[in-house]
Design a binder for this molecule. Structure first.
Ligand SMILES: [Zn+2]
Length: 263
């Protein structure tokens, strides 16, 4: 198994103290090439809808095609058609744009998240952009069964001889928001999606010291509201199983830089 850590959209909005990215993963395992979240896609840059144009402007996204998952997959020597599967944490505008760049892939989604995206409600509902899946992806819907992963509700969505892939329902950020766990015994990578936020010490997965949070702009209540109720439980899990599970979140530029410094 090899996991590539991709930035599929730089978010640099100094006026709200956000200096971040959209964290995606590309996993090579056996006959599978699996993308976890897709960030912004080519069409988001070339034919942005008014909502996307607003979002790109507001978050000061550089609109660099080289940051799309498609370009990064190609740079690694693959073609779009080689991506067999996509796993979605949720379908927000900054996570689902690349779906249309991989029309042949099976797209694994928690059924509740798909339903939530069809009938968006509230502030978080505004962050869905249905044109991102208007091409009709090969959806593979997953429902919760009686399965757990380290005590969290879990749905195994894929497995190769060496790697298991789980969706972990962590509702709050959106009604069907999920984390994703990838790996095997003793060696797991947990992408918490937006259920943890690096923008405030109380919702971050990691204790990074006060310097890291000079960027913390949103008050605790807002950050918790955006991330949902799971951050402290996830943090406790990572502390208890340090060495077995590495934890990251979708906008965690610190972990992304750490990973690339080490590799
Ligand atoms: Zn989101």
């Amino acid at each position: 198994m090899k996991i590539h850590h991709l930035n599929c959209g730089t978010l640099h909005a100094p006026f709200v103290h956000i200096d971040s990215l959209v964290y995606c993963l590309l996993v090579e395992s056996g006959s599978r090439l699996v993308l976890v979240d897709t960030g912004f896609g080519l069409r988001d840059y070339t034919q942005p809808t008014p909502k996307m144009r607003f979002f790109l402007h507001y978050m000061v996204v550089p609109r660099d095609p080289a940051e799309t998952a498609l370009h990064q997959v190609r740079a690694l020597g693959y073609q779009a058609e080689d991506v067999t599967d996509i796993i979605c944490t949720h379908l927000h505008i900054d996570h689902a744009g690349g779906l249309s760049d991989f029309p042949r892939a099976n797209v694994h989604i928690y059924e509740k998240e798909y339903q939530a995206a069809q009938k968006p409600r509230g502030m978080m509902g505004f962050a869905y952009l249905p044109t991102q899946w208007a091409h009709g992806p090969h959806w593979v819907f997953h429902e919760q069964r009686d399965e757990t992963w380290f005590g969290l509700d879990a749905i195994q969505v894929l497995a190769t001889p060496e790697t298991s892939f789980y969706l972990l329902p962590l509702p709050g950020h959106t009604p069907g928001h999920c984390g994703t766990a990838i790996g095997s015994t003793g060696n797991w990578l947990l992408l918490c999606g937006d259920a943890a936020s690096p923008f405030h010490p109380l919702t971050d997965l990691h204790d990074r010291g006060p310097d890291a949070y000079r960027l913390a702009f949103f008050p605790r209540k807002i950050t918790e509201g955006l991330a949902g109720p799971h951050a402290s439980r996830l943090k406790a899990l990572l502390t208890e199983h340090a060495g077995e599970i590495r934890g990251i979140s979708s906008h965690d530029i610190y972990s992304f830089k750490e990973y690339h410094r080490a590799h």
